[in-house]
Design a protein around this ligand. Structure first.
Ligand SMILES: Cc1ncc(COP(=O)(O)O)c(C=O)c1O
Length: 400
């Protein structure tokens, strides 16, 4: 297919919901991508955090190949081996007994968490959910209602009632907001789309205490931070604070669409057969891929590698702050989830980077987001960042 035809087909047949760069990718391998003209790119933001093991990781490709030839789909009124095994892979790394509900995306995992919190709160008269400013929990109506950013909600009101939005990292704001009707507090430990804002340890500890004292569920949305992204299996493990409910998606399938809502045993009991379901959720193909993701991260000791390299990366980014003190305001993040806050918009930097063969992201208009694959080879990481440094130097010394 010719390039022009691809763009034409998009124009004619695809709904206009995304701002897309004019690039057509045809192949990916590890942390590299190739476009239709065979130009090579280094991907420092693979799939918005989905491709934790890079593009087409061999273990995931093999798992999909194997499963595709045996059983692709099975509805959830039957059992299959991969779902059983993947649930165990998820739960055995939590550190507490829990049950899993499988779905297909992050928003669906949040919807499932919302429904479970409601089901749990029903008999206690608890129907209210508290969320934080600048959070992002997805685009479906329930998840959107929990998303603490007007920009995503505009045009879609009325949304769900009984949702309160409070300041992030501010325990007194939560204290003021809770009431006997509060069923749950939902939190991203690192707000991804909101600008890579890291929750403080004291805040998260105080939240847990407050939830325990007031019989409120604590939900951690780990759709972006889970599956090794921050150098631990789950980000909550940095805090030593357990959630009652946790959501996962993005990295869980290494590229295939899968989400999961995980709840402590006692809470999970609020769901009875028939109360929630997903036709595709937890099918054999995606679960087999998920198992391969967990085992590859484990076998290749990627968590400890990420932890080590993360410090080197942080120092490199802090070096940018020293070099361009007027332009680089802050460096935030954990593991391989970094946000570099600039004093100027970063869209143009991202576009220039793309033209020079580097994929990075800009969130919250002025936060450069870098989230490489956990197994990125040092030579690609280094090359990608060196080119980015040249772009920043150029941009900051000759702003147009
Ligand atoms: C923390 C968080 N929750 C939920 C979502 C929604 O996930 P999805 O786009 O798979 O529906 C996202 C997506 O970026 C996210 O970062």
């Amino acid at each position: 297919m010719k390039k022009r035809d691809v763009f034409d087909f998009y124009g004619h047949y695809i709904m206009n919901t995304y701002t897309r760069s004019p690039v057509i990718f045809v192949k990916g391998k590890g942390s590299r991508l190739w476009d239709i003209d065979n130009k090579e790119y280094i991907d420092l933001f693979p799939g918005w955090g989905v491709s934790v093991l890079g593009h087409c990781p061999p273990a995931v490709v093999n798992a999909i190949r194997y499963q595709a030839s045996r059983l692709i789909h099975l509805p959830n009124n039957f059992h299959h081996i991969s779902q059983a095994k993947l649930a165990k892979e998820i739960v055995m790394r939590l550190g507490f007994p829990a049950k899993v509900f499988f779905c297909n995306s992050g928003a669906e995992a949040v919807e499932a968490a919302l429904k479970l919190a409601k089901a749990w709160g029903q008999r206690k008269g608890k129907t209210e959910i508290i969320t934080t400013e600048n959070s992002f929990h997805g685009r479906t109506t329930g998840a959107l209602s929990l998303t603490g950013q007007d920009i995503y909600q505009r045009g879609f009101h009325p949304l769900l009632p009984n949702v309160k939005r409070v300041k992030f990292n501010d325990i007194s704001a939560i204290k003021e907001a809770i009431s006997p009707e509060t069923a749950a507090i939902i939190l991203e430990l690192i707000q991804g789309e909101g600008g890579v804002n890291v929750a403080e340890k004291k805040y998260v500890e105080a939240l847990r205490k407050l939830c325990d004292e007031n019989e409120i569920l604590l939900i951690f949305d780990e759709v972006q931070t889970g599956i090794g992204r921050t150098g631990r299996w789950y980000c909550f493990q940095h805090y030593g604070v357990e959630p009652d409910i946790m959501t996962l998606a993005k990295g869980l399938g290494g590229g295939v669409p899968i989400g999961a809502m995980v709840a402590k045993d006692e809470i999970a009991k609020a769901f009875k057969p028939g109360m929630h379901a997903s036709t595709f959720g937890g099918g054999p193909l995606v679960c087999k891929a998920g198992i391969a993701v967990f085992r590859t991260i484990q076998r290749q000791h990627l968590l400890s590698k990420v932890q080590k390299t993360s410090e080197e990366l942080r120092n490199r980014f802090l070096g940018w702050k020293k070099r361009w003190p007027e332009k680089v305001r802050d460096v935030r993040g954990k593991g391989y989830m970094f946000g570099i806050e600039l004093s100027c918009p970063c869209r143009k930097i991202v576009e220039t980077a793309l033209s020079r063969g580097i994929l990075v992201n800009c969130t919250h208009s002025n936060v450069l987001r870098i989230m490489p694959a956990l197994n990125i080879k040092p030579k690609y990481l280094n090359k990608g960042l060196s080119i980015l440094e040249e772009i920043l130097e150029d941009e900051f010394s000759n702003p147009k």
